[in-house]
Design a protein around this ligand. Structure first.
Ligand SMILES: Cc1ncc(COP(=O)(O)O)c(C=O)c1O
Length: 378
């Protein structure tokens, strides 16, 4: 199978990831942070190592400010629902994923105020519009770094400095960029950073994390056993335990740790360059096909490796079905981001989303182009 659905979950993973998941399962998948026997201590050590790897990647000084979650959605929910109260105002955008839009919708129904700013046809927000929406009660700006529909990458430094100037918490959904684009929480003034472990960070499914800056106090999310303060009935109020109730996904986090090690060893700039080269080639080849409509930016600058297209008037689901029959995996439809389709005019059939990863090849793209050519002529 030619796998072009990396925006959903990356595949394949580096070999050290597979090895470590199995190694953990076979040798040290005990309960971390609960017991003092060797296996439990080894599990705790691996979790700590993974926290350290994440810290190094995003310039986070204290790894305890990183909370492990099961995916980006859980991290986003902990953050948004934890910070916003009735009467607070949140600014977000129409290019967000439902993992942001749905918690915001829920909070709006509970009495919070939500403003969604527009994006242009390429998916970029306008900073002037963002500034104009800021009010006395604006508590949070939450922005998706890379669009999972158009691949547009927003400028975090600019948005972060606006938030800083106004004393507003800046939250970033880095689901599509973590592991490929440089993200520095200090440089971009990011207060809350949510990301999955199973996409660009090359870890297994069931992993994700949330960075919480010192001084940001989030409400409790799930309460339960943490292995700390066990004689008390109240949830610990310190990080990461406050948000890590119940047994952690040690094999998954062990794999995630190795995924990040692979990224740091390869060099994040080399990973980005490789994905950029593949994306540029894909776009250049797609542009030659008269039946193909490309959405968003037409070259590889300021974008990730997510490319949305349609072929003639074909329903995207049908295209995906036929490509799958030809051994090519893409995603079709609305990609859990309902509002952006109104901007790009794809609210009827959605789009065919091609999302490349570090392990794709130029040959994969050539095979995809051949299949699209065939579809376009039939
Ligand atoms: C922009 C964006 N945010 C959030 C998510 C949710 O990620 P997860 O499936 O890890 O919860 C996705 C997943 O596709 C995404 O693309």
């Amino acid at each position: 199978m030619i796998y072009l659905d990396n925006a959903a979950t990356s595949f394949p993973k580096p070999s050290n990831v597979y090895y470590e998941v199995l190694n953990c399962m076979k040798n040290y998948a005990a309960n971390p942070g609960r017991s003092s026997h060797d296996m439990s201590l080894k599990a705790s050590k691996k979790i700590a190592e993974a926290r350290g790897e994440i810290g190094s990647l995003f310039n986070i000084d204290n790894p305890f400010n990183i909370v492990f979650t099961v995916n980006a959605t859980e991290a986003i929910n902990i953050a948004i629902k934890g910070i916003i109260n009735k009467g607070d105002h949140v600014i977000s955008t129409v290019i967000e994923h439902n993992s942001v839009l749905r918690p915001l919708n829920y909070l709006e129904n509970q009495g919070a105020e939500v403003s969604l700013i527009n994006v242009d046809e390429y998916g970029f927000i306008k900073l002037e519009e963002l500034k104009s929406k800021i009010k006395q009660n604006t508590k949070l700006i939450v922005i998706n770094h890379g669009s999972n529909v158009l691949g547009t990458v927003q400028n975090l430094d600019e948005i972060g400095s606006i938030a800083k100037e106004k004393g507003i918490v800046f939250m970033v959904d880095a689901s599509q960029t973590a592991g490929v684009f440089d993200i520095d929480v200090k440089k971009s003034n990011i207060g809350l950073l949510a990301f999955p472990g199973h996409k660009g960070l090359l870890g297994p499914q069931g992993t994700g994390a949330l960075y919480i800056q010192d001084g940001i106090d989030l409400k409790e999310f799930i309460s339960g056993g943490t292995g700390s303060n066990s004689s008390e009935m109240v949830q610990p109020n310190f990080l990461p335990d406050k948000f890590e109730s119940g047994t952690l996904n040690t094999p998954g986090i062990a794999g995630l740790c190795e995924g990040i090690k692979f990224i740091r060893k390869t060099g994040i700039s080399n990973i980005k360059k490789q994905e950029e080269n593949l994306t540029e080639y894909l776009l250049q080849e797609l542009k030659k096909l008269t039946t193909v409509k490309i959405y968003g930016l037409m070259d590889s600058k300021n974008r990730s490796s997510v490319v949305s297209i349609n072929i003639g008037n074909m329903d995207s689901a049908k295209v995906g079905y036929i490509l799958n029959k030809n051994g090519i995996a893409v995603r079709t439809g609305f990609h859990c981001a309902p509002l952006i389709h109104k901007v790009i005019g794809t609210e009827k059939f959605g789009t065919v989303r091609i999302s490349l990863g570090y392990f794709n090849t130029f040959d994969d793209i050539e095979k995809l182009i051949d299949a699209i050519k065939y579809l376009g002529n039939n």
